[in-house]
Design a binder for this molecule. Structure first.
Ligand SMILES: [Zn+2]
Length: 258
């Protein structure tokens, strides 16, 4: 991608913010846009967008553009799984960016963020369901009160002491709520799929990678549950699947902290 000029990763004055992977359908090539400034989050961002880029490469054999329209819940499995599958290669000895202790710390923070994301996702999803289906959703004070209620329900362990105003107005700082009604739960579903593919990779990295690539190559030619199954995961969000994922993440965090 670098050789073909398909990466624009560095930040520069006047460049639009954000990071994404785009696609040139005729050339059959992905293009990654980012704003890297040399911090660890940039590594994660580029890995994430690389997952989307691999999806484009793997789907190139599909003859019709309609076959390449992937459900959002699975598109993010491609990217979030890449973040996790790359974990063994983050340290310098395997060609990566970090010393071994830095790689371990990066992985711990990544895994912690995955656990913290699910209750936050639940807050955003429940808030959207409420705000976009009830007249009170047009009242900012009612929105503050609802956000507070949902934060207490889904993230009871967070200490917001002295920052109540910031806590209540959290809904204002989430662009999805304002620009993409009902869009957010997809990330939670995709993350659970990605953790399952990674679980398989902890036992057999090569086999899990092969299934991941196979699922990417299917594009949008399978149903969502079938795409998850091809990748070696279950399309689910039940307590049992979530518990298994969280317990695995916690045990790997404990190993890395050792
Ligand atoms: Zn993405």
């Amino acid at each position: 991608m670098e050789r073909e000029g398909l990466l624009d990763l560095g930040n520069r004055k006047g460049k639009a913010p954000g990071a994404y992977c785009s696609e040139f359908s005729v050339r059959q090539r992905p293009f990654i846009f980012a704003n890297s400034v040399g911090v660890r989050d940039d590594v994660r961002t580029v890995l994430h967008e690389s997952g989307h880029a691999f999806h484009v490469f793997e789907m190139n054999h599909l003859p019709y553009i309609q076959h390449q329209q992937i459900p959002m819940e699975f598109a993010e499995v491609a990217s979030m799984t890449m973040e996790l599958l790359a974990a063994p290669y983050l340290s310098k000895e395997f060609g990566g960016f970090y010393t071994n202790p830095e790689a371990a710390r990066d992985r711990v923070e990544h895994l912690e963020r995955i656990i913290l994301f699910w209750p936050y996702m639940a807050t955003v999803d429940a808030f959207q369901q409420w705000a976009h289906t009830r007249p009170e959703g047009a009242d900012p004070d009612a929105c503050d009160a609802k956000w507070l209620e949902l934060q207490r329900r889904f993230m009871p362990g967070m200490d917001w002491n002295g920052l109540e105003a910031e806590m209540m107005t959290g809904w204002q700082r989430k662009q999805h709520i304002h620009r993409s009604p009902f869009y957010y739960v997809e990330y939670g579903l995709a993350q659970l799929g990605a953790v399952q593919v990674w679980r398989n990779a902890l036992h057999d990295q090569a086999a899990s990678l092969a299934r991941y690539r196979q699922a990417l190559a299917r594009g949008g030619t399978q149903s969502l549950p079938a795409l998850f199954a091809t990748a070696g995961a279950r399309f689910a969000f039940d307590a049992g699947t979530l518990r298994e994922a969280v317990e695995l993440i916690e045990s790997v965090i404990a190993q890395l902290e050792d």
